[in-house]
Ligand binder design. Structure first.
Ligand SMILES: Nc1nc2c(ncn2[C@@H]2O[C@H](COP(=O)(O)OP(=O)(O)OP(=O)(O)O)[C@@H](O)[C@H]2O)c(=O)[nH]1
Length: 324
């Protein structure tokens, strides 16, 4: 396109363009007084150019991050360079309501911000232009995708029936806890829990009441544990619980509390009031173990002993520390 000198009449159509462009344009002098406030800014702020021009930006919008913006503008002017801030660093500069129908889930507009130094004819920078891009659609799409991925990751880690960790993810945590033990030799306990005579319960009352019993036990496990403890569904009616920083005595208290809660509970399901009990096996890691699987095997052996000794009890890998 051929370049030519701009006359005063050109100024009108250029201003018309700036007024109507789908982009927020604000020109500030170095005192942060507003010298240009385009249609986008009028529409979204509700402030007409007549109310904005000549006013201090920070007086009109006291909620703006003043220190941050002053620092940015200072850099732009001093270095005579553009600066850009993405919505992921700072979701917005101006708290405008979102007007996009598709992305109605977000109340406020997401904005990218560009700061551009404006040089006078003598080359001096005496103004800065803020360009506000409405990126609500992009941001909402990306946030929705991130949420969906988080949900997927969560689903792939948990057991759908009980909501506890599934076997794979729980075993991952067991290996991690065992590695920490190898390094720090801190006290920690592993508990394997199994519902007693669950086959009989299933055969007598059916699978659906059986499922409710599994959910009931998962709820009690969740309720009994601290935040740092890690419970997973290991198999059909077998659960694993990792208790970090918990010695034998601490594990005994937790296991006995869980055993008693189950023993005293009644599960209301399909017109029935079901009673059930659990057996628990507890083991601590020792330096002689070769891997986390040895730890798991010791806890499982203690669990089988609890079954063999009559069920509804807690057995420990160390026979001297056994309680029943
Ligand atoms: N309802 C229901 N039952 C399940 C599920 N997963 C496994 N089971 C049942 O759990 C029962 C486990 O039975 P067994 O391993 O023989 O053990 P048990 O009857 O609990 O006997 P002990 O463990 O010796 O006390 C089987 O009948 C499985 O079908 C499930 O998701 N829902």
């Amino acid at each position: 396109m051929p370049q030519h000198e701009h006359g005063p009449q050109d100024f009108h159509w250029m201003m018309d363009m700036l007024e109507s462009v789908d982009l927020g344009l604000v020109v500030l002098d170095l005192e942060f007084r507003i010298e240009l406030w385009n249609g986008f800014m009028e529409n979204h702020s509700g402030l007409g150019a007549g109310q904005a021009l000549g006013k201090s930006l920070f007086q009109l919008f006291p909620e703006l991050p003043e220190q941050w913006l002053r620092r940015k503008v200072d850099t732009v002017v001093t270095l005579n360079t553009r600066a850009f801030t993405c919505w992921e660093q700072r979701p917005r500069l101006f708290r405008f309501h979102s007007t996009r129908p598709v992305t109605g889930t977000h109340e406020y507009m997401f904005q990218n911000l560009t700061l551009h130094p404006l040089a006078d004819a003598d080359g001096q920078i005496r103004r800065v232009c803020l360009m506000i891009h409405d990126v609500t659609d992009v941001a909402a799409g990306k946030l929705a995708l991130e949420q969906a991925n988080e949900r997927l990751a969560h689903l792939s880690m948990t057991d759908p029936l009980t909501g506890l960790l599934n076997r794979g993810s729980w075993e991952g945590l067991l290996h991690a806890e065992y590695s920490r033990y190898r390094r720090y030799r801190h006290a920690c306990s592993l508990v394997m829990v199994d519902i007693d005579n669950f086959k009989l319960l299933n055969d007598t009352h059916g699978h659906l009441p059986g499922d409710d019993v599994l959910r009931h036990l998962s709820g009690l496990i969740r309720h009994t544990l601290r935040d740092a403890d890690m419970a997973g569904r290991y198999g059909g009616e077998e659960f694993g619980i990792i208790l970090p920083h918990t010695d034998v005595d601490g594990a005994a208290v937790i296991c006995e509390r869980l055993r008693r809660s189950v023993d005293e509970a009644r599960v209301g399901t399909h017109g029935l009031q079901l009673e059930y009990t659990i057996s628990l096996g507890v083991a601590q890691p020792t330096p002689s173990f070769e891997s986390a699987l040895d730890w798991l095997q010791r806890a499982d052996e203690a669990l089988y002993r609890a079954k063999a000794e009559g069920r509804n009890r807690v057995c420990f890998d160390q026979p001297t520390a056994r309680i029943s």
